[in-house]
Write a protein that binds this ligand. Structure first.
Ligand code: UDP
Length: 361
């Protein structure tokens, strides 16, 4: 069977790295890169490090508003799917590339497989939330990271088949953990010692596109006890520079600013951090997997289990709450929440069951 996979940005390259290998042992995969993330630091480095096959097709669609970007992707995908004639279209997560792939496929009457289905923040102001909900309702096979995600889908009465397979980012994180833990060189490069530094990431539109919230983010970072490593996402860097705030951060003692890091460097810093402060979905989950406390710079999260188990605190951009969360002791227990590191195999099995006649998972 031929599967067209649509990817476009950083977390999707990580997820595709888990599934692409096992998928190709049973099917032909055609990898379509929309170009949503196109620069070397957000795209090429992930293909190189994670051993992901080069894209077969590159649409080079980036920038502009969410609506216009999604529309351009759909317009480009329609003839491409017509030409490729895949048996199914595979999409990941919650980006514009995810939604464009799902709608273009559903309109072409091709089955859509959604990996990381059912995640909800219940915050419809987030572009990602709209993308998730709409993609789920176009999908024929909805592969979930957790029972809570499957429950969200049942509550919404989606039409497709729902299966809990575990989270594919766990597969990648577990494979990389020994290397990340042993990578003293990366931590030395940033001048930090194990367990004594904070790692920060921030790039959500709700935090960096609103000038008032961007100032609050900067003030929160300034209030953190050092050393702090902050790999700055290109979107965030542009916003900080436009607001004249990047130079202010450069003056903060014990703050190491960097560009976006490759997966190897980033996970080497994450796994030995004292705590992580982030607005990223994937990073919240990876912190939990590494047993590193997380302080989430949002008022809500899709990864609710990490909060319920006491490993993640939602502080939005409240610096006082962030500092209090950093002082809180972390729980003794860290149950396995998102699978056993073999989610990709289950995804491939479920895709096989979707496309071949016979019983499903
Ligand atoms: N990541 C990375 N380098 C960085 C920051 C993040 O490799 O400088 C990885 C991280 O380990 C995770 C993924 O990027 O696997 C998360 O992507 P992102 O935060 O962009 O997206 P989200 O998960 O919020 O959709």
């Amino acid at each position: 069977m031929r599967i067209a996979t649509v990817v476009g940005n950083r977390p999707q390259f990580v997820k595709a790295a888990a599934i692409s290998g096992p998928l190709r042992t049973e099917h032909e995969e055609v990898l379509i890169h929309t170009g949503q993330h196109h620069d070397d630091t957000l795209s090429r480095v992930f293909f190189d490090e994670l051993g992901l096959a080069r894209p077969d097709r590159e649409l080079q669609i980036a920038g502009a508003s969410n609506t216009s970007q999604t529309a351009r992707m759909m317009t480009a995908l329609e003839p491409l799917l017509g030409e490729l004639e895949p048996d199914a279209v595979l999409v990941y997560g919650d980006t514009n590339s995810t939604l464009a792939g799902a709608i273009a496929a559903a309109q072409a009457q091709l089955p859509v497989v959604h990996v990381e289905a059912g995640m909800r923040s219940f915050d419809r102001t987030m572009p990602e939330e709209l993308n998730r909900v709409l993609t789920d309702h176009c999908s024929e096979l909805l592969l979930c990271s957790s029972d809570a995600a499957a429950e969200n889908l049942r509550r919404e009465s989606v039409l497709g088949h729902v299966a809990v397979v575990g989270d594919v980012m766990v597969d990648v994180a577990e494979r990389w953990r020994p290397r990340a833990l042993a990578d003293q060189a990366t931590r030395a490069e940033y001048g930090v010692s194990d367990g004594e530094y904070l790692l920060v990431t921030a790039h959500r539109a709700g935090n960096v596109d609103d000038p008032t919230r961007l100032v609050a983010l900067v003030e929160l970072i300034e209030a953190l006890p050092g050393p702090v490593v902050f790999p700055v996402h290109p979107r965030t860097r542009v916003r900080l520079e436009q607001a004249g705030l990047y130079s202010r951060l450069e003056d903060v003692q014990e703050l190491r600013l960097a560009g976006p890091l490759g997966y190897a460097e980033f996970t080497a810093l994450l796994c030995r951090a004292r705590a992580v402060l982030t607005d990223s979905g994937g990073v919240q989950k990876e912190a939990y997997l590494a047993g590193v406390p997380c302080v989430t710079l949002r008022a809500n999260t899709e990864w609710t289990e990490t909060v319920l188990t006491g490993w993640n605190a939602l502080v939005d951009l409240d610096a006082v709450a962030a500092l209090a969360a950093l002082e809180a002791p972390h729980p003794a227990e860290r149950p396995s929440l998102y699978g056993d590191g073999h989610a990709a195999e289950r995804c491939v099995q479920a895709i096989g069951a979707l496309l071949m006649p016979g019983p499903r998972l």
